[in-house]
Design a protein around this ligand. Structure first.
Ligand SMILES: Nc1nc2c(ncn2[C@@H]2O[C@H](COP(=O)(O)OP(=O)(O)OP(=O)(O)O)[C@@H](O)[C@H]2O)c(=O)[nH]1
Ligand SMILES: [Mg+2]
Length: 193
């Protein structure tokens, strides 16, 4: 577990995120996939990142410090039904903008709902991360929801589509995969380039 997690700051514009500081790991994913809940779960602080069953809660780039070792970046969720084409394009621009200017970013984590796998918009975002050259981790989140068989099938189908990308099944409800996830974050920030 993370022992000392603090909220640092929110930004509307990726260009305003300071270039100097701790290494970063960013969480991307469809709205409601569980990005903010994941931050609360690994820090043991239920109110640290705001969560909601209503999609579209996180609108800004929210940055949290983890044990003063690295930063987790909670990004606005994409792909919810009420979003206009204009909003959708702006959001995808914000995400690609962040990926291209975030010099401290060591890993992009795309959080998927394990009942759905990678949807069309997830695939767009995953392709964008792959093009950026930033190391990618896929999380099959809410692993408490599908049956074991369904979860295995979704993970296998992700492995077939993205053969060289690590995939972790995770649930904030059961704690499944939490240790693997924290290990993956620690490894990503230790890589020196
Ligand atoms: N069953 C289950 N529910 C979860 C899990 N993780 C999150 N949820 C629920 O999913 C809903 C959305 O969670 P959030 O963490 O707010 O989702 P988000 O990805 O941050 O959403 P945006 O801020 O809109 O992008 C909440 O009702 C959470 O309680 C999980 O592992 N299992
Ligand atoms: Mg959120």
């Amino acid at each position: 577990m993370i022992k000392n997690a603090t909220f640092i700051k929110s930004y509307a514009d990726p260009a305003m995120v300071p270039k100097d500081g701790l290494p970063q790991v960013a969480l991307l994913g469809r709205s409601n996939a569980g990005k903010s809940s994941l931050i609360n779960s690994i820090t043991g602080e239920p109110g640290l990142a705001k969560t909601s069953s209503m999609p579209g809660l996180t609108r800004l780039i929210n940055i949290f410090s983890m044990d003063k070792q690295y930063e987790l970046v909670d990004l606005p969720g994409y792909g919810y039904a009420k979003m206009s084409k204009h909003q959708r394009d702006r959001l995808l621009d914000l995400l690609s903008g962040f990926l291209s200017v975030a010099v401290r970013l060591r890993m992009a984590v795309v959080i998927l709902d394990s009942r759905l796998g990678a949807t069309a918009v997830d695939n767009e975002v995953i392709e964008q991360v792959l093009r950026s050259g930033i190391p990618l981790l896929l999380v099959a989140n809410k692993s408490d929801k599908p049956s074991r068989m369904e979860l295995r099938q979704i993970v296998q189908s992700l492995e077939r589509t993205y053969p060289n990308v690590p995939i972790i099944a995770h649930s904030t409800v059961s704690g499944d995969g939490r240790g693997l996830l924290l290990d993956a974050f620690s490894r990503a920030i230790k890589v020196v380039d």
